[in-house]
Design a protein around this ligand. Structure first.
Ligand code: ADP
Ligand code: MG
Ligand code: ZN
Length: 489
C-alpha cells in the first residue's frame, strides 16, 4: 500500500489546563470522574443570560508556556470569538474560542522514531478555548454534567506532516510529556483531560493535492491512536484500489472488532458563524509577559535526554527512560547534584543504573511512584557511597535499599542494626579459606593441576559462609594466595 499511496495525517490535541478555576468564571475545576455531577457550576458556565465572562490569567499563562515550549510565534493581540452551534452540552449555544488570532502559530516539535531518526512536525496553531459539558447516553435519554463546562482547554493543531501511526504516536507521546513537564496537564487520557484526534487521508505517491480526510475521535490510548490510524490508512487504500472514494466524515474506533466505523458524515463544511466575542476585551500579551513566561519554562525532555547522553554518557535508552517522567528526571538530577557536592556515591551513570534497575523494580513491586516513598535522592547517594567505600557490597546494598524504602531510615543505621557490614576482616577471611581448602582436597588438587576456573566455586563457598557479606575483591585475592601457598607445601 505504501508503495502506491502516501499517508497524510494532521493531529488536533485538546488538553484541559490544570488551573484551579475555570476559563471565564470562578468555579473550581474538579475531577470529572470523582466529583458529583453539576456541583461545580455557576450562572456563567451554565450559560444564563446576562452573565459576563472574565479571562483566567493563569490559563493564559499556561497556554503561553505551551506555545513557547513548542517554538511558536506569540500573538500579541488576542481576540476571543464565539463559535456558534447547538448541542445540549453547550449551554450558551456557542463556545468561546480563539479563531483567527490564536495565541501561538508556526511552531514545531521534533519527534524521535523507533529507528532513532528524528523528524520535524510543524505546529500550525495553539489556541485557547473552553471545554463543554459531558453527556452520558442512557436507554431512556441522556444526562448532562456541566462540571466540565468552561474548563480551560488548549487546542494544539499540527501541519499535515505526519506519515504513519507510529509517527502520530511519537508526536502525541512527546506532547503529553511536555504538557506534564510544564505542569499544565496530567496527561490522563482515560479521564479525557487529553484528547487526540487524527485527521487522516492518503494520496497517490507524487501527487501534490491532498486527498479527502476523515477525523478519528474517541481514542483513549496511544496504542489505539497508532492502531486506529494504521487501520484507517489501509481502509482508504483498499477503497481507492477498488475504484471507490473516501467520504469526509468523523469515525470512531471499535476496540473489540479493532476497526474504525462511521460516526457522523460531514458533507459540507460546518458554518459556525464565528464573530468576535463582544463580552471580552482584546487580550494583550506584551514582550515583558512573554519573557517572564519563558523564564518559568523548565528544562524540556529533549534537552534533558541530550544532557544525559552528552554530559553523563548514558545510552539513548537510559537517557530516554530517565527523562520520560519529569518527576523521576528531577529526582535523578537532585541525586547527581548531591553526589557531586559530596564527591561521593558514584557518577551519574551509577546512579542512573540504580534508579532504572533496582529502584524501579522495588517501586513496581510496591505499586508506588518515586515521589510516593520515603526515600530522598541524597539517601540513595549515601547508600551508594557506602558501596563505593567497600562498607557493603552490591547485594547487601539492594537489601538495604528495600528496607530504606519501607522504613524511611538511613542506610548506615540499617547496616549497623542488622550487622550487614561487609566482611573485610583479613584474618577472619583467611581462617574461613583455610578451612575450606582443608575440607576439599579434590577441587584443590584440580585447581592446582590447571583448572583455574574452579576459583569461582571457591569464591561462591566463601560468600555462602559469610552470608553474602564477604568483600568479593578481598576474597578473590586471598583465595589465590592461599591456594598458591598450598602448591608450595
Ligand atoms: P478543521 O478546522 O476542519 O479542523 P483544519 O484545516 O484546521 O481543519 O485542520 C485540522 C487538522 O487536519 C490539521 O492538523 C491539519 O494538518 C489536518 N489536515 C488538513 N487537511 C488534511 C488532509 N487532507 N489530510 C490529513 N490531514 C489534514
Ligand atoms: Mg477538526
Ligand atoms: Zn462557573
Amino acid at each position: 500500500m505504501l508503495e502506491r499511496y502516501e499517508p497524510v495525517i494532521g493531529l488536533e490535541i485538546h488538553a484541559e489546563l490544570l488551573t484551579r478555576s475555570k476559563m471565564f468564571c470562578g468555579c473550581r475545576v474538579v475531577d470529572s470522574v470523582e466529583a458529583a455531577p453539576n456541583t461545580a457550576v455557576c450562572p456563567v458556565c451554565l450559560g444564563m443570560p446576562g452573565m459576563l465572562p472574565v479571562i483566567n490569567r493563569r490559563a493564559v499563562e499556561f497556554a503561553l508556556r505551551v506555545a513557547l515550549a513548542l517554538g511558536c510565534e506569540i500573538q500579541p493581540y488576542n481576540i476571543f470569538a464565539r463559535k456558534n452551534y447547538f448541542y445540549p452540552d453547550l449551554p450558551k449555544g456557542y463556545q468561546i474560542s480563539q479563531y483567527e488570532l490564536p495565541i501561538g502559530r508556526n511552531g514545531a516539535l521534533n519527534i524521535t522514531l523507533s529507528d532513532g531518526a528524528t523528524k520535524r512536525i510543524g505546529i500550525r496553531r495553539v489556541h485557547m478555548e473552553e471545554d463543554t459539558g459531558k453527556l452520558t447516553h442512557l436507554d431512556g435519554g441522556s444526562l448532562v454534567d456541566y462540571n466540565r463546562s468552561g474548563v480551560p482547554l488548549l487546542e494544539i493543531v499540527t501541519e499535515p506532516d505526519i506519515r504513519s501511526g507510529e509517527e502520530a504516536r511519537a508526536y502525541a507521546t512527546r506532547i503529553r510529556q511536555i504538557l506534564r513537564y510544564l505542569g499544565v496537564n496530567t496527561g490522563d487520557m482515560e479521564k479525557g483531560v487529553l484528547r487526540i484526534e487524527p485527521n487522516i487521508s492518503i494520496r497517490p505517491r507524487g501527487s501534490n493535492e491532498f486527498g479527502t480526510r476523515i477525523e478519528l475521535k474517541n481514542l483513549n490510548s496511544f496504542r489505539v491512536l497508532a492502531d486506529g490510524t494504521d487501520y484507517e490508512l489501509r481502509r482508504q487504500a483498499d477503497l481507492l484500489d477498488a475504484g471507490g472514494h473516501v467520504v469526509q466524515e468523523t469515525r470512531g474506533w471499535h476496540e473489540t472488532r479493532r476497526e474504525t466505523f462511521s460516526q457522523r458524515a460531514k458533507e459540507e463544511a460546518e458554518d459556525y458563524r464565528y464573530f468576535a466575542e463582544p463580552d471580552l476585551p482584546p487580550l494583550l500579551i506584551d514582550e515583558a509577559w512573554i519573557e517572564s513566561a519563558r523564564a518559568t519554562l523548565p528544562e524540556l525532555p529533549q534537552a534533558k535526554e541530550a544532557r544525559y547522553r552528552d554530559e553523563f554518557g548514558l545510552t539513548p535508552y537510559e537517557a530516554t527512560a530517565l527523562a520520560d517522567d519529569h518527576v523521576v528526571a528531577e529526582w535523578f538530577d537532585a541525586a547527581v547534584v548531591t553526589a557531586d557536592a559530596a564527591e561521593a556515591g558514584g557518577n551519574p551513570k551509577v546512579i542512573a543504573n540504580w534508579i532504572l534497575n533496582d529502584l524501579f523494580r522495588l517501586l513496581n513491586e510496591r505499586e508506588r511512584a518515586i515521589n510516593q516513598i520515603d526515600l530522598s535522592p541524597s539517601s540513595l547517594v549515601d547508600l551508594l557511597s557506602l558501596v563505593a567505600r567497600g562498607v557493603i557490597n552490591q547485594n547487601t546494598a539492594r537489601e538495604v535499599l528495600a528496607e530504606m524504602i519501607d522504613s524511611g531510615r538511613a542506610p548506615a543505621a540499617i547496616i549497623e542494626e542488622r550487622g550487614l557490614g561487609q566482611i573485610s576482616d583479613e584474618p577472619a577471611l583467611v581462617a574461613l579459606i583455610d578451612d575450606l581448602i582443608a575440607a576439599n582436597p579434590e577441587p584443590v588438587a584440580a585447581y592446582l593441576g590447571g583448572k583455574e576456573n574452579l576459583l569461582g566455586w571457591f569464591v561462591g563457598q566463601i560468600m555462602r559462609a559469610t552470608r553474602g557479606q564477604g568483600n568479593p575483591a578481598m576474597i578473590n585475592k586471598l583465595l589465590r594466595q592461599r591456594l598458591e601457598h598450598r602448591r608450595s607445601m
